[in-house]
Design a protein around this ligand. Structure first.
Ligand code: ADE
Length: 259
């Protein structure tokens, strides 16, 4: 997969591209990530990349020329290619979008700054607009890294265990079960007995129940969308009963910071 990033701040990407799983994928040639500095395509003595908005108002708008020329300079790789603008106005980035993008030959990510990019770029050259959530950042660089990260780890061969990304949260429409590693007792808290039992079927069932419990408590919206099989339905009924008896409400918190 080839990933091109158009940005005014290429240095922001340096540690991201060199460290950890993405760094290793780059070194192994599983993903070819190229940075293009939009400023290199600006003209005039000051290499200006932004200007005041027509019609007045606050903030600055990224000029279309430098982005257009930067786009033109990018080598075309393969047939399946998408030009993506990172913007709070885009479709919400989710795991299903990451999967679709991971099947492309080339992604070109445009990082906006200031109040936005000139509308003629969006209309004429962008295939898809992506938002990473309903909040406003100072630019599209962090969102571009998020998209690049989520997509890279889905490329075959990037993760060690071939199945490790199929078990992730969201792949199955459920949150993940709790994980434990050594030591067996930490600060007086023991690892659940079932995980030490060696009984694979019992462990599978326990993990499934915990996934459903977590999803029911933390993300009931996911559970509503999911088709449950008979075993899942039985587990959910048991969990509901347990929680009702224990007087625990799902989603009891009204705001994220409420205790
Ligand atoms: N640029 C600024 N905020 C953004 C967001 N939430 N998603 C994508 N791009 C952005």
């Amino acid at each position: 997969m080839r990933l091109d990033v158009l940005t005014l701040f290429p240095d922001l990407f340096t540690p991201f591209l060199n460290e950890s799983i993405v760094g290793r994928a780059v070194r192994r040639g599983l993903v070819d990530i190229r940075l293009t500095n939009i400023r290199s395509f600006a003209r005039g003595p000051h290499h200006t990349t932004d200007d005041r908005p027509y019609g007045g108002g606050d903030g600055m708008v990224m000029k279309p020329g430098p982005i257009f020329r930067a786009l033109q300079s990018i080598e075309r790789i393969g047939e399946k290619r998408r030009v993506i603008l990172l913007t709070p106005q885009g479709i919400r980035f989710e795991q299903s979008v990451a999967w679709e993008l991971s099947r492309m030959d080339q992604l070109v990510l445009i990082c906006g700054r200031y109040e936005g990019v000139d509308e003629r770029i969006r209309k004429g050259y962008v295939d898809l607009e992506i938002s990473i959530g309903d909040y406003v950042l100072t630019g599209g660089e962090l969102p571009a890294m998020i998209v690049a990260d989520a997509v890279t780890r889905l490329i075959p061969g990037v993760l060690g265990g071939e199945n490790s990304n199929l078990e992730d949260s969201f792949e199955e429409g459920l949150l993940e079960y709790p994980h434990y590693t050594r030591p067996r007792i930490f600060q007086n808290e023991e690892v659940p007995e079932v995980l030490l039992s060696g009984d694979h079927e019992k462990i599978r069932k326990w993990r499934r129940a915990e996934s459903i419990r977590r999803t029911f408590q933390k993300r009931p919206d996911l559970l509503e969308k999911k088709e449950l099989n008979r075993e899942d339905k039985e587990l959910l009924a048991e969990i509901r009963k347990e929680l009702t008896e224990a007087g625990v409400e799902k989603n009891g918190k009204t705001t994220p910071l409420a205790k």
